[in-house]
Design a protein around this ligand. Structure first.
Ligand code: SF4
Ligand code: SF4
Length: 340
């Protein structure tokens, strides 16, 4: 087709969608190279933007891989809104309408036990709506631990065939135990990352050290770690908690400038992610705070040379270098600086 014919065809499609079928209130067409590239890049830009939002409620990817038959999409979007309303949750939403795939990230605060409960109920309700229209709960990202609990219901009698195959080829259950074929499947909220000190719940009182309202935990009143740098308990907790574990910092791609230490020695403890996990474990009491001053933890902290590359490249802009300076300061406070 000529360029003019393509433009004319696109105009007709827009007219059909907007005016005749009333499926969209607006539509953008892209025929110039820059416009086309912008649209192709949009999905890659959405998620980092979400992760950079401040606040204790986070966009959580626990129902983010739903696919429904494309003709069912308009009705399913209404069902989705109803489920979100029922659980009083807002969510980000983008998708690939052509094949009916939706990336939904509800905003929840995992330091609030009520939100943790809501997470499981919301997923159950939404997944049942997916089944009602003949969709699947995992179209692209596989099932893993977080969706196995629902697969028996999704696959019905076929699930027994999965179980038989598993018994034949993996009678000892040593291949990916707990994934896809499992008598129960772990609940969605099992093994969540700790975000609050054990036994403490979210403090909803205002805090003058937290002008953006980014209040995270009650740890300010009774901190497990006495900080050496000039930042508040909420600030360090937010820094540690903002790592979502995506693994982007394990990248060794030529086009990226991720952690040089991980590139040199690619082990998990060398990753920026491991540093965030480490500090979160201390701040939430899952590791004894006295260990922060130990040589073993200093060795881990020394795997960061404070180059700030990860902070720039990380989709969530996690401030790993500052976390590691705090970690090193903890050691130096008790042990002094080495002269060697
Ligand atoms: S530090 Fe950033 S890139 Fe690495 S896992 Fe955490 S969020 Fe992802
Ligand atoms: S600041 Fe530390 S963790 Fe981040 S890229 Fe540099 S060395 Fe790696």
């Amino acid at each position: 087709d000529t360029a003019a014919e393509v433009r004319e065809g696109l105009a007709q499609v827009v007219h059909l969608i907007r005016r005749r079928r009333r499926l969209a209130f607006d539509a953008k067409t892209a025929v110039e190279r820059d416009d086309i590239e912008l649209f192709w890049q949009l999905p890659q830009r959405v998620v980092p933007t979400l992760y950079r939002l401040k606040g204790s409620t986070r966009p959580l990817p626990f129902v983010e891989d739903i696919v429904v038959p494309p003709p069912e999409l308009p009705a399913f979007l209404v069902s989705l809104q109803n489920v979100l309303k029922k659980h009083q949750v807002t969510a980000s939403l983008y998708g690939h309408a052509g094949h009916g795939q939706l990336h939904i990230r509800p905003f929840l605060d995992l330091s609030d036990p009520e939100h943790v409960r809501r997470m499981q109920h919301l997923a159950s309700d939404l997944y049942r709506e997916v089944l009602n229209v003949g969709g699947t709960v995992s179209g692209e990202h596989a099932d893993g631990l977080s969706r196995t609990w629902f697969l028996r219901e999704q696959f019905g009698p076929l699930y027994r065939v999965f179980e038989q195959l598993k018994r034949i080829f993996d009678p000892q259950n040593i291949l990916n135990p707990g994934k896809i074929v499992d008598s129960q499947g772990q609940s969605l909220t099992q093994n969540l990352r700790p975000v609050s000190p054990a036994g403490q719940v979210r403090d909803v009182l205002s805090d003058s050290s937290d002008p953006d309202g980014v209040l995270l935990t009650a740890s300010t009143a009774n901190p497990l770690v006495q900080l050496e740098l000039n930042w508040s308990q909420n600030e360090i907790m937010q820094a540690a908690r903002s790592c979502n574990g995506c693994g982007g910092c394990r990248s060794q791609a030529d086009a990226e400038r991720m952690c040089p230490i991980f590139r040199f020695a690619p082990s998990e403890e060398a990753t920026p992610r491991a540093k965030a996990n480490l500090m979160r474990a201390f701040l939430t009491g899952h590791l004894d705070a006295s260990l922060l001053k130990s040589p073993a933890i200093k060795d881990l902290a020394d795997l960061c040379v404070n180059c700030h590359q990860c902070r720039i490249e990380c989709p969530a802009n996690v401030n790993i270098p500052r976390l590691m300076v705090e970690c090193k300061a903890q050691y130096v406070t008790d042990n002094g600086l080495s002269t060697s």
